[in-house]
Design a protein around this ligand. Structure first.
Ligand code: ADP
Ligand code: MG
Length: 394
């Protein structure tokens, strides 16, 4: 029987969840892709409730999905700042997460956006996207240029981009054909910089799509048992906006940095059953992801205890050193954790949900929508499951 992709969330409900928060944690459940449906035997086990709550059904108990939800037996629930179901587009995700952070970037607030999740869960789709459904990287640039056109005509306004990868704790430039390893330096004025990295001036969002696609083809990919084209590197698009007022004697330049990070697959090295070089990659990937988790956690603490300065342990990996400016001080961070709704991805999805859950752990208690919409959503999930059960019987 075909798997029904029951999108239970009305995308128009997405207003931004980011207003002035230091750290926003979003979850995105991708739909089952055609190949997964064709292979059969997979069920859609993750449901989004009330735009904030994610329900995960027990994949081993496929006969009793309905019972799991109706009687609240084995289901697992997680609550996030915002949750996107399989019917959502990249623009929905953008509207609910980073759109309202762009204004801050133009005012000089460093901002970092992560896509975190297992290989195949939809990180690159969310960040880069397709021509029909452009990803966050493209949509952010579009917004930067739109805001410039709307309000910043009387100044010099420049946008530059760099695109790099951190592979096995080594940095490579993704904008050049064959990059040699690049070093991190501390610049007294600019902060952490990558020596020799190419920066290009961009004048429209459309220009960048091709460069991102070329760059992604250069990313280090290697076959692992987990996935035929598992991405083993972290890719970072850094967008720097510089604004200088015209006709001023004392010229001060405002500089804001937006880093969009497509992280390596989060699946654990132990699970990928590798050896030698690949295992080392796994360990280093974990090192960066672990360091990142600690930084995000520290940010979460700062978020909960308003005003308290948090120690953010960014020195523990290349990735976190690189992102230092966007992870400490006056900065904002959003994490989009991606999961597949497919039953065979259950363990990966649970791990990702737990990671994201820890990231927002410290935040003040969330208030889960109105009671009415909560009940309506539950009813919709139950209706969907009922028709799926009928399809299975048919
Ligand atoms: P990752 O970068 O996390 O390894 P990808 O972004 O490459 O995963 O996604 C894996 C597959 O799933 C791709 O074929 C991609 O087109 C598809 N996919 C991911 N997210 C979505 C989505 N939201 N809607 C439709 N297809 C998606
Ligand atoms: Mg990818």
């Amino acid at each position: 029987a075909p798997v029904k992709l029951s999108s239970v969330v009305d995308a128009s409900r997405y207003v931004s969840a980011t207003t002035a928060a230091t750290l926003t944690v979003a979850i995105r459940v991708r739909p089952l892709v055609r190949a997964e449906i064709a292979r059969g035997g997979r069920r859609d086990i993750i449901r989004v409730l009330d735009s904030r709550v994610v329900l995960v059904l027990d994949p081993d108990d496929t006969k009793d999905y309905l019972d799991q939800v109706q009687n609240r037996t084995k289901e697992k629930r997680f609550t996030f700042d915002i949750a996107f179901g399989p019917g959502c587009t990249n623009r929905d995700v953008y509207n609910g997460t980073v759109r309202d952070l762009i204004g801050g970037v133009l005012e000089g607030i460093n901002t970092t956006v992560f896509a975190y999740g297992a290989t195949g869960s939809g990180k690159t789709y969310s960040m880069v996207g397709t021509q029909q459904d452009p990803g966050l990287m493209i949509l952010c640039l579009e917004k930067i240029f739109a805001d410039r056109d709307a309000a910043h005509r009387d100044e010099d306004f420049s946008v530059t981009c760099s695109y790099l990868e951190v592979y096995n704790e080594i940095i490579f430039d993704l904008l050049v054909k064959s990059s040699s390893p690049l070093e991190l330096r501390e610049d007294p004025e600019l902060g952490v910089v990558v020596a020799g990295l190419k920066h290009i001036t961009v004048t429209s969002a459309a220009e960048i799509m091709g460069l991102l696609e070329d760059g992604n083809r250069r990313r280090k990919t290697e076959a692992t048992d987990a996935n035929a084209s598992s991405s083993r590197s972290h890719a970072v698009l850094e967008i720097t906006v510089r604004r200088t007022p015209k006709n001023h004697y004392k010229v001060t330049q405002l500089r804001g940095k937006l880093s969009l990070v497509d992280l390596a697959g989060s699946e654990r090295a132990a699970e990928t059953n590798n050896a030698g070089q690949k295992l080392r990659d796994g360990a280093n990937i974990n090192r960066s992801l672990l360091a990142l988790a600690n930084c995000i956690n520290a940010l979460g603490k700062a978020n909960g205890a308003k005003g308290a300065a948090a120690y953010v342990p960014y020195r523990n990996s290349k990735l976190t050193r690189l992102l230092k400016d966007g992870l400490s001080g006056n900065s904002r961070t959003a994490m989009v954790a991606t999961v597949s709704g497919s039953s065979d991805q259950y363990h990966h999805s649970i791990n990702t949900l737990k990671y994201a859950d820890r990231a927002k752990e410290i935040k003040t208690h969330v208030n889960v929508g109105t009671v009415e919409s909560h009940v309506a959503d539950y009813q919709r999930i139950i209706d969907n499951l009922q028709s799926e059960v009928q399809d299975l019987r048919a």
